[in-house]
Design a binder for this molecule. Structure first.
Ligand code: PFF
Length: 532
């Protein structure tokens, strides 16, 4: 069918923006994948979950879930050519809500992901004078965040956080408003090589520190007994989903900007392996640095605290930076890398929301970008620019990221494969446009993974409902944790009722079902029941 022009699918998407080419797409997708999750989440997760032995579930998760689901999202976006709600609506007329669920998760994540980038931006500047050197822990929670009491809500703003937060939002709004090509694409084309270079220098420097080898040993010494613990496996799958930005509708939206005749599968492998390579590199860099700290304090690495989460980046790292020769430069490289990695991920999340609003309400990219950016900026500043932002972040993250995305992934698989009956169609679509062909094994994997996802969802939901989370007051969790879940559901249920302001009726996927060797289906007649 390669000689078949795009005429089979008239005009509806002609105005849709496009990447300038395959490399731009790959860089943007890697930009989304490589983020805070690679630099601070992966090393801590690996260390806590069996060290070197964690690499086994990690690689298994990458191969059995990461790559297959990435292909699925890319296939849906590419074949049905739309933001998540539009593409899902075309997959099945009742599945639009799944797309809005993705968009709502992106909205929530955008609000707090920005806060962390803002902290990193502050710390980038603090590094030049080593402002945190006397007491990194006290500096972070006290002087800098001016942290209030857990489980409370405060509206007193912290100026140190407010200014970088506003700056990150302004950058984000400008990049989005410049459009896919001049904004999003350019940010990634410049940002990703820059990130690889800065982080590369950082890792080389870290490896030459005394004690580096002990740190790396601590990270990679395998504890094989961890492999019998189901939680270790869940952690590996969770890490892969977060790290590859899967089930957020991001990879779906990004694939929808590729031209119809585009190779999808091989670039998918480049994205997946590129992301994991960066992740392992980050693990090595971070633990080499931690090894130096242990060496300075003359204790084994295992006895150090604060090797995960925000504390690792904003307390432990500053402590090391303060003690090492060339610390200011090292600090600037580390926090600069966090800012760039975070920004390219944040942009992908915001673009996913903006694309959905453009499709649904017929908005111009610039108008949509500004609207989404301004609303998010205001909410993010109110929620996370205050003295209780860190706690809110912790709770909202659990519900949206640990629970929400698993639900989003299950819903997407169910809509496309189980209710939409699109299995063969998507498999043949990928094979028709790509150099690397997919066999039935791909469908088997996606279905098998969904069983695991359902198990993960159930375990997490039960544990949050029964045990709460980290000792926060029940009422606080009810409002901000379960409230977040309710918001996601409400978006999924309400948004499909609103009218489409554009023609979504005259859409025919290309290659047509017939060209894929499938019997005619409902796409060969106009989609029923759509407004406008
Ligand atoms: N993949 C990003 C990271 O590893 O930090 C996080 C992320 C970005 C998750 C974008 C979801 C998303 F839509």
């Amino acid at each position: 069918m390669s000689d078949q022009p795009e005429a089979a699918a008239p005009h509806t998407h002609e105005k849709r923006e496009h990447w300038s080419g395959q490399t731009a797409f790959i860089l943007a997708a890697i930009g989304s994948a490589v983020g805070l999750g690679n630099i601070w989440r992966f090393p801590g997760e690996a260390y806590d979950n069996g060290g070197g032995a964690f690499m086994i579930p990690y690689v298994v998760a990458l191969l059995t879930a990461g790559i297959p689901i990435l292909f699925l999202e890319n296939a849906i976006g590419h074949r049905f050519r739309g933001s998540s709600p539009l593409a899902m609506r075309r997959v099945h007329r009742r599945a639009e809500g799944v797309g809005w669920f993705h968009v709502a998760i992106c909205f929530v994540i955008g609000l707090y992901y920005t806060a962390v980038i803002a902290w990193a931006l502050s710390y980038f500047f603090f590094s030049f004078t080593l402002a945190y050197k006397d007491d990194p822990a006290g500096f972070f929670t006290g002087e800098y965040l001016q942290l209030g009491e857990a489980g409370t809500v405060s509206l007193s703003f912290v100026p140190h956080v407010l200014i970088p937060l506003a700056a990150i939002w302004i950058i984000t709004i400008v990049v989005l408003a410049l459009g896919l090509h001049n904004g999003v694409e350019r940010l990634n084309v410049i940002g990703i090589p820059l990130l690889v270079a800065t982080f590369g220098i950082l890792v080389v420097r870290a490896l030459t520190l005394p004690g580096a080898a002990d740190g790396i040993d601590a990270l990679f010494t395998p504890d094989f007994s961890a492999l019998t613990d189901p939680n270790v496996w869940i952690a590996a799958y969770g890490q892969i989903f977060f790290s590859l930005s899967l089930a957020y509708g991001v990879m779906l939206t990004y694939a929808s900007y590729r031209r119809r005749r585009s190779n999808i599968t091989s670039p998918g492998l480049v994205i997946a392996f590129g992301n994991s390579s960066f992740e392992v590199l980050a693990g090595i860099g971070v633990f080499a640095t931690v090894g130096f700290l242990a060496h300075q304090q003359d204790v084994p690495v295992a006895e150090l605290d604060g090797l995960a989460g925000p504390i690792l980046s904003f307390v432990t790292f500053p402590a090391v930076i303060a003690q090492m020769p060339g610390g200011p430069l090292f600090g600037a490289l580390f926090f600069g890398s966090l800012v760039v990695a975070g920004l390219t991920s944040l942009i992908s999340v915001m673009q996913t929301i903006s694309a959905a609003l453009q499709d649904k309400f017929g908005l111009h990219p610039r108008g949509s970008a500004v609207a989404v950016g301004v609303v998010s900026a205001v909410l993010s500043i109110i929620g996370f620019g205050t003295t209780t932002g860190l706690y809110l972040l912790d709770v909202v993250d659990q519900w949206s990221n640990q629970l929400g995305i698993v639900a989003g992934a299950i819903a997407m698989i169910a809509a496309a494969l189980w209710f939409g009956g699109r299995s063969r169609e998507l498999q043949r679509h990928l094979s028709a446009v790509s150099t690397l062909k997919l066999g039935t094994w791909w469908l088997v994997l996606v279905n098998a993974v969904s069983v695991l996802l359902i198990y993960m969802f159930a375990t997490k939901a039960v544990s949050l409902a029964r045990d709460g989370y980290e000792g926060y007051p029940t009422s606080y969790l009810a409002i901000f944790g379960w409230g977040t879940a309710a918001f996601l559901l409400a978006a999924a249920l309400v948004m499909p009722w609103l009218r489409w302001r554009r023609d979504i009726v005259h859409f025919r996927p290309w290659p047509t079902r017939q060209q894929l060797g499938l019997p005619p289906g409902r796409d060969d007649a106009p989609v029923e029941g759509s407004a406008s």
